[in-house]
Design a protein around this ligand. Structure first.
Ligand SMILES: Cc1cc2nc3c(=O)[nH]c(=O)nc-3n(C[C@H](O)[C@H](O)[C@H](O)COP(=O)(O)OP(=O)(O)OC[C@H]3O[C@@H](n4cnc5c(N)ncnc54)[C@H](O)[C@@H]3O)c2cc1C
Length: 449
């Protein structure tokens, strides 16, 4: 289990309390970072403090994403408190807030979780530099720690899958449950730290409005169990948006309110549907982390494979059937009724069926002046509106749709070149497009009474 962790600096260990800073994995259960931090604290008879650094803005997310995260965090805070583990909320960038916090706590070591994204990595590397104690990173998100699954950017699922298969038995193991922690801070340090704690920024009770889905680890576990009972058997129909056969777990997975490991352990089994779900949950999802971790241009044209860059450059000047501004796209004002319905569903609910995400993004390539604009507009809309946006899956999904990442070359077409194209006629052949549009219309009518 120590394979899951690695040091981010070479500072010497000090005798004080253990701090665990969580930023991507915001749950109390099935959390390898917390489990390893607690084991360390127990061995050294030290208190364990859990910290979260709240930001007022993050990659363009709408307030509903913050609300989902903060409500989930208040449940996590209560669950940790039951184990005598205080969760402190600091406000500001982690690399600015944590060094002072650690000095005040006389901390001996800091644990943190892992993210492959640029901003999150910059926080960690600046923090590692500023701290005078060790910073230890634990991949609490991926089933197989990202840096162990592969040591380079994978070409596609076909190259990544065998590596995952080889390592799965070694890593598909739940961490030990947190124990009630026997060591507490002395009362003066506790009082000093409480002055920094912005706990009032968390909602007092989980938001029980009818917004879907409900935030928090309890709701996540309920959603996982209901998926296993009611929809897993239909999983091979997930490409039909009318079936709603996919799990719908991505918002909880994104905010770390549900561990992918937990979903994998509860779903695994011999059936084709179980295998198909694990392929999405482990191979495809962890391939996105691999892409963002090893490709610094994961959100830029330069991050596309060279064949895709070449073909897109060759077709740069092709006549586009329509050109829409970002405002028109955002307002779902295109000539394509399926695309508009998908965009309206996204604006209203923060979600969109997986199959339509591909169509939605590929159309943006067709309707903007060049691939760079298409990628920037898609990232803006994805990160702003999707509840699970701002995630490696989003950057990889957009790079797949527009830039052929993890895909292969197809027959050459206008605008797309050899990048795979999707059309409205193709969608009509696959599923009942009108029924989907009607369902979005009906949801809007319900919403407006
Ligand atoms: C253009 C585009 C943008 C996307 N943006 C995001 C995003 O912002 N956030 C996000 O989490 N996913 C994104 N995806 C990936 C995928 O569409 C969603 O993860 C999936 O639709 C979520 O629904 P679900 O939980 O019901 O998935 P299920 O089909 O039930 O799959 C279970 C889990 O497996 C993972 N998964 C499924 N499909 C993929 C995939 N293609 N790539 C990587 N992981 C996958 C997800 O974690 C998902 O929750 C995007 C895909 C595309 C093509």
């Amino acid at each position: 289990m120590f394979e899951r962790q690695r040091p981010l600096n070479d500072r010497e260990r000090q005798p004080g309390p253990v701090v665990c800073w969580i930023s991507r994995d915001l749950r109390a259960e099935d959390h390898w970072g917390l489990a390893l931090a607690q084991q360390d604290a127990l061995e050294r008879t030290q208190p364990l403090l859990v910290v979260f650094c709240l930001q007022t803005a993050y990659l363009g997310a709408l307030p509903r994403a913050f609300s989902f995260m903060r409500t989930g965090l208040s449940e996590t805070k209560a669950s940790l408190a039951e184990k005598n583990l205080p969760l402190m909320i600091l406000e500001g960038p982690p690399q600015d807030m944590l060094p002072d916090f650690c000095r005040l706590a006389s901390a001996g070591v800091v644990y943190c979780d892992f993210s492959p994204l640029r901003l999150a990595r910059a926080w960690r590397s600046q923090l590692a530099e500023k701290l005078s104690i060790p910073l230890i990173e634990v991949d609490a998100h991926n089933v197989i720690p990202c840096w162990l699954a592969s040591d380079h950017q994978e070409y596609g699922a076909y190259t990544f899958r065998p590596k995952v298969s080889r390592l799965l038995d070694r890593f598909l193991i739940a961490p030990p449950a947190l124990l009630s922690h026997p060591f507490s801070l002395d009362s003066q340090t506790r009082l000093d730290l409480l002055r920094l704690d912005k706990r009032e920024k968390l909602p007092l009770a989980p938001d029980s409005s009818n917004a879907q889905p409900q935030p928090g680890s309890r709701a996540a576990k309920a959603a996982l169990q209901s998926f296993i009972r009611e929809r897993l058997a239909l999983f091979d129909r997930r490409n039909d948006p009318n079936e709603r056969a996919a799990s719908g777990l991505s918002p909880w997975l994104h905010f770390g309110q549900l561990a992918p490991l937990r979903a994998a352990l509860d779903v695994r089994g011999p059936s084709a549907q179980q295998a198909a779900f694990l392929e999405e949950l482990i191979v495809r999802r962890e391939l996105s982390d691999n892409f963002c971790y090893y490709n610094p241009a994961y959100d830029q044209f330069a991050g596309f494979p060279s064949w895709a860059q070449a073909t897109l450059l060759r077709h740069r000047g092709d006549l586009r059937p329509h050109l829409y501004s970002l405002d028109q796209l955002e307002a779902a004002q295109t000539a394509d009724p399926l695309w508009n319905a998908a965009q309206r569903e996204l604006s209203a609910s923060g979600q969109m069926p997986g199959y339509l995400r591909m169509y939605w993004c590929k159309k943006i390539l067709e309707w903007t002046p060049d691939p760079e604009t298409a990628q920037a507009d898609a990232i803006f809309l994805n990160d702003r509106y999707f509840l699970d946006g701002r995630d490696p899956n989003g950057y990889a999904g957009i790079a797949w749709s527009i830039g052929g990442v993890h895909d292969r070359a197809w027959g050459e077409r206008p605008v797309f070149g050899k990048v795979r194209q999707m059309t409205l006629a193709g969608c009509r052949r696959k599923f009942d497009v009108d029924r989907y549009i009607q369902s979005v219309d009906a949801a809007e009518r319900n919403e407006h009474g």
